[in-house]
Design a protein around this ligand. Structure first.
Ligand SMILES: [Zn+2]
Length: 109
């Protein structure tokens, strides 16, 4: 995917791993299959986990989710809420810690 622009104009990229805005999405069925990939000691070798069908990136500026399949095109989902309200609701209910946007130089690669 490299680098792209969110529809809000914010530059995005997948140059770093781990990426604080990147998520790997598995369906429940895929996750069930993965959870059954245990060895004799009930461990899962992460190298055995198949690649996900979708990669999801969250724009830290506007909160849109961009879902990539097997191409460099993505589907964009715009939140129906104010991103600051969403952060407050999620952190109060499930204690998810949001990371602040880093000032990375994203245009040189
Ligand atoms: Zn955005």
């Amino acid at each position: 995917m490299g680098q792209w622009l969110c529809y809000c104009g914010n530059p995005m990229n997948d140059h770093n791993y781990p990426n604080e805005n990147g998520f790997i999405a598995f369906s429940d069925y895929e996750w069930d299959d993965i959870s059954c990939m245990t060895d004799d000691e009930n461990n899962i070798n992460w190298m055995d986990i198949p690649p996900s069908q979708y990669e999801v990136y969250k724009c830290p500026k506007c909160g849109r989710l961009m879902i990539f399949g097997e191409s460099n095109r993505f589907l964009s989902y715009k939140p129906e809420f104010n991103i600051e309200d969403a952060k407050k609701i999620l952190t109060e209910s499930v204690n998810i810690e949001f990371h602040s946007q880093k000032n990375e130089n994203m245009g040189n690669n």
